[in-house]
Design a protein around this ligand. Structure first.
Ligand code: NAP
Length: 325
């Protein structure tokens, strides 16, 4: 089978397409034919060698994907060859034509969701749901600022928040990105590159502030987020790329909280509930992944390079199907 292999940590150029031995599932594993793989920022952190837990080299990257069940381990029940699935993790990496998975990593993909769209679900939608409703504790009628709403997690958060009856404030760095976010349900959109935009956000809440902020770039924003919170509000830190200074008094006066959210730390029961809820939303049409660009497996390095560019408009996806003759 064809697969991307990383033999040394580095930039996108270390993503090399190779022929690899066929995979066989053990009795408690599934073999999945991967039609599309989702490209996440964490793939880039790992590939560059700048991540807490690194895989042994060589390895095949990718945690998200979607495709068809190809073979079912002898001890597993309830799966069949040809079943449409999306993946939230795998044992062998999703930037490949096939991967091995545990049953907890495999979820039903409804027919109205394409494989490319299915590849956008595992990390982004699960993270957005976990941050909004489990770490953020948000309920219908409350307000949320999705700070960085144009990317994979942000657009998922906008759709999930709107579906849950929240008032949604959102930011993007480009006009096209902000229009996209508005089209997916944000009530108010702001330019996070515009000096003083935080004042615009506060004014649009009539000075009250928001119940929670889902923060994609805490090292830049956290200090200026705190004055945007209502009494008892919280910032849920989803993304951060460095240290940041805050004024703790802003927390005291609002009796506010700062919380982290890390999808890879979510309890298994919570993850199961999140994926059940995602299936409901995908089936009834309230959730619809947004694809920014699709690259072939041969061009995985271009996909990885685009993923890190500013001006996001949804998810970068790799098509893993073999080239047609
Ligand atoms: P992405 O698709 O690359 O999107 C990045 C987002 O950050 C874009 O919306 C971008 O907006 C926005 N951004 C850029 N500058 C910003 C600023 N000054 N203020 C606010 N937002 C800004 O990445 P993603 O998959 O959505 O992930 C977002 C972050 O969460 C990443 O740091 C990722 O590593 C992290 N993450 C964490 C978890 C977890 O479990 N904790 C899970 C998934 C992702 P423009 O491009 O429009 O400027």
């Amino acid at each position: 089978m064809r697969a991307i292999v990383v033999e040394k940590f580095g930039g996108p150029e270390v993503l090399t397409l190779k022929h690899q031995p066929e995979l066989r599932p053990s009795p408690e594993q599934l073999l999945v034919r991967v039609n599309a793989a989702g490209v996440n920022p964490v793939d880039g952190y790992i590939r560059s060698g700048n991540y807490g837990k690194l895989p042994a080299l060589p390895y095949t990257p990718g945690m998200d994907g979607a495709g068809l069940v190809e073979a079912v381990g002898g001890q597993l029940r309830g799966y069949r060859k040809g079943q449409r699935v999306y993946l939230s993790g795998s044992l062998t990496g999703t930037y490949a034509e096939f991967c091995l998975c545990l049953p907890t990593q495999v979820h039903a993909l409804p027919p109205q969701i394409s494989f490319e769209e299915g590849a956008c679900l595992g990390i982004p939608y699960a993270t957005a749901s976990y941050a909004l409703f489990y770490r953020g504790g948000l309920k219908k009628g409350q307000s949320v600022l999705i700070h960085g709403a144009t990317g994979g997690v942000g657009l998922a958060a906008v759709q999930l928040a709107k579906r849950a009856g929240l008032r949604v404030f959102a930011t993007g760095g480009t006009e096209s990105g902000r229009q996209l976010v508005k089209g997916h349900g944000a009530d108010y959109v702001f330019d996070h590159n515009l000096p003083g935009y935080q004042q615009q956000i506060l004014e649009s809440t009539k000075g009250e502030g928001v119940s929670a902020i889902i923060e994609m770039l805490a090292n830049v924003n956290l200090g200026r987020d705190l004055p945007l919170l209502s009494h008892g509000g919280c910032v849920v830190v989803v993304g951060s790329r460095g240290p940041v200074q805050i004024q703790p008094r802003e927390l005291m006066t609002r009796e506010a909280d700062i919380r982290g959210a890390m999808i890879l730390q979510a309890p298994p029961g919570v993850l199961a509930r999140i994926h059940t809820d995602l299936l409901t939303g995908l089936t009834d049409g309230t959730l619809k992944p947004v694809i920014w660009a699709v690259f072939d497996l041969e061009h995985a390095c271009d996909a990885a390079a685009l993923q890190m560019q500013p001006g996001a408009s949804g998810k970068v996806v790799i098509s893993c199907t073999p080239p047609t003759a």
